[in-house]
Ligand binder design. Structure first.
Ligand SMILES: Cc1cc2nc3c(=O)[nH]c(=O)nc-3n(C[C@H](O)[C@H](O)[C@H](O)COP(=O)(O)O)c2cc1C
Length: 140
């Protein structure tokens, strides 16, 4: 069964650029082998990550990520069976905080700050779809 899991978490104060690089490197190392695709955003100290793949691989990876000391206050925002992957070719691209992308996030945000914790599953899916449609700005 193919599923998509989306969660948010907050960075620990100690998180630096080297940590983010390390996370992306680990994702590229592991996700392809696990058949997991998805995306990772980091905006205003909040991670928003979408993981797509088989039920067990996605669950196993999610539980490993939850144990990572580089973030805190994780919240599962959406977990659903899907027919098709949104991020077919992406074994984990980090979405850069460009002006365009920030404007897109704000368009879906209920408050003045980017706050995925407050977003409904349907709005999250719509946001992810719109990010993919701008795939050229996703960074490898
Ligand atoms: C917000 C966040 C997202 C992460 N996403 C992934 C991921 O998609 N894939 C992955 O393998 N590790 C991810 N990690 C890193 C894992 O927690 C863990 O450090 C890594 O999988 C260990 O890989 P290794 O055993 O190959 O060293 C993430 C960590 C954080 C904090």
């Amino acid at each position: 069964m193919l599923i998509r899991l989306t969660y948010a978490s907050r960075v620990k104060d100690s998180l630096g650029p080297a940590d983010v690089k390390d996370i992306v490197r680990a994702s590229k190392r592991n996700n392809a082998r696990l058949g997991i695709t998805g995306t990772l955003l980091l905006v205003d100290g909040i991670f928003l990550q979408c993981l797509e793949g088989g039920l067990l691989p996605v669950n196993t990876l999610y539980h490993r990520i939850l144990l990572d000391p580089r973030h805190q206050q994780p919240a599962l925002l959406n977990f659903a069976e899907i027919d098709r992957r949104l991020f077919g070719g992406w074994h984990m691209g980090l979405v850069p905080a460009t002006a365009d992308n920030l404007a897109l996030l704000m368009a879906y945000s209920p408050s003045a700050q980017f706050d995925p914790y407050a977003m409904r599953p349907r709005a999250l899916d719509a946001l992810l779809e719109e990010l993919v449609s701008r795939a050229r700005v996703l960074s490898e």
